[in-house]
Design a binder for this molecule. Sequence first.
Ligand code: RTP
Ligand code: MG
Length: 141
Amino acid sequence: MALERTLSIIKPDAVAKNVIGEIYTRFEKAGLKIVAAKMKQLTREEAEGFYAVHRERPFFGALVEFMISGPVMIQALEGDDAIARNRELMGATNPKDAAPGTIRADFADSIDANAVHGSDGPETAKNEIAYFFTEAELASR
Ligand code: RTP
Ligand code: MG
C-alpha cells in the first residue's frame, strides 16, 4: 500500500448541514489524517479553475454556482491508499447510487448537492492540493 495524499472538499450543502465533524470522524476512523485544512468562500474564478476539466460539460454552470453558494471546508488527507479510500468513504457521485453508510448516502441530497469532493487519481490529487495549499501549509505527521 502506498502512502498518499488526496484533496477533500466538504461542499456548501454539508457545511450548511453542520456535519463537518461527522465527516471528519469518518476520515479519522478510516485511518486518514488531516494534514491541512481551511474554510473558504470560493470565488467564481477559483471554482471555475478548480473544475476546469468539466468546463465543456452541460452541468458546469450549475456546478460552479453550487460551489460558490456558501463556504466550503477544504482539507488534505494523508494515509495508505488515501485517494481510493476517500472515494470509498464518499460513495457514488449520485447519492441515489451511493452505497449505504457512505458520506453521500447519508448526507447528500442530489447529484449537484452531493456533500463532498475527492481527488480521482494521483496526478489530480497533487494538482488539487497545490491549488489550495502551499507546501508550508501541509503538516508532516
Ligand atoms: P467530485 O469531483 O466533486 O468529487 O465528484 P465526482 O468525481 O464523483 O464526479 P465528477 O464526474 O468529477 O463531477 C464533478 C461534480 O459535478 C457534478 N455532476 N453533475 N448532472 C450531472 O450529470 C453531473 N455529473 C457530475 C457533481 O456534483 C459532481 O460531484
Ligand atoms: Mg471528480
